[in-house]
Design a protein around this ligand. Structure first.
Ligand code: 13P
Length: 260
């Protein structure tokens, strides 16, 4: 599939509901001490703190000319209006946010997000010239009943509906099996390799092989310094979405340097 060599690895730290803005500044600084220019040339590194810490992270990243990107963990699809508590894509773009996680399984589980909502969010992020990281993943029951593939294909088709090929090439897709998140249990690299291949094929069917060849597909679910290499060795895995281990700067830096 084309454009494969152009896919720069992407490693994203999803800090979830951890770190206030002061802790975020410290984390960002600790991480910057542990990475150097050669790392950023090889890997695109992104941290996604909670909304309340984005401004502080932006300021410290810009002031100290740090090389990692800023991500947000969610977004609302409307541009503005009477939507108490929500945050729009243009508000995030103003904070120099480059990537936005959309449809994380925790949002699907705890906040009832559907594929249709994920699709609206994905399109809002693209309209604001940021890059969505669209999350998909099956539950344990779905996997055990042999439905994993069907679930993933459905989530991709729903999440990426009406997104044109040019826009698709700007997004990333994170395959995060729900049963592997925060459990210490990972998918087998071979299983993740198979599902990520199916993801790329599905994207190709929906658009074209060039767009599908440009999409970065990440693995997520209990990624740590000990297992990252095996995932990155898979042809269709271009990076990782890291939860728990990204809160430890030593571990996250070791994950970024997965080839060592
Ligand atoms: P853990 O790495 O803690 O399993 O979390 C994965 C995840 O949900 C990243 O978005």
């Amino acid at each position: 599939m084309g454009a494969m060599s152009e896919r720069k690895p992407l490693i994203v730290g999803n800090w979830k509901m951890h770190t206030n803005h002061l802790e975020t500044i410290q984390m960002v600084q600790k991480l910057s001490y542990r990475l150097d220019l050669a790392d950023y040339e090889r890997v695109e590194v992104v941290v996604a703190p909670p909304f309340t810490a984005l401004r502080s992270a932006q300021v410290v990243i810009e002031q100290d000319r740090m090389r990692f990107g800023l991500g947000a963990q969610d977004v609302f699809w409307e541009e503005k209006g009477a939507y108490t508590g929500e945050v729009s894509a243009s508000m995030l773009a103003k904070l120099a946010v480059g990537h936005v996680i959309v449809g994380h399984s925790e949002r699907r589980q705890h906040f009832g997000e559907t594929d249709e909502m994920v699709n609206k969010k994905t399109r809002a992020v693209l309209s604001a010239e940021m890059r969505p990281i669209v999350c998909v993943g099956e539950t344990l029951e779905e996997r055990e009943s042999g439905q994993a593939e069907e679930v993933i294909v459905g989530q991709i088709k729903g999440g990426l509906a009406r997104v044109d090929a040019e826009s698709v090439s700007r997004l990333s897709i994170a395959y995060e099996p729900v049963w592997a998140i925060g459990t210490g249990r990972t998918a087998l690299p071979d299983d993740a390799g198979l599902i990520t291949e199916i993801i790329r094929e599905t994207v190709s069917d929906m658009t074209n092989s060039e767009a599908a060849g440009s999409v970065r597909i990440l693995y997520g679910g209990s990624v740590n310094p000990g297992n990252i290499k095996d995932f990155m060795a898979k042809k269709n895995i271009d990076g990782a979405l890291v939860g728990g281990a990204s809160l430890d700067p030593d571990k996250f830096a070791a994950i970024v340097r997965y080839w060592i």
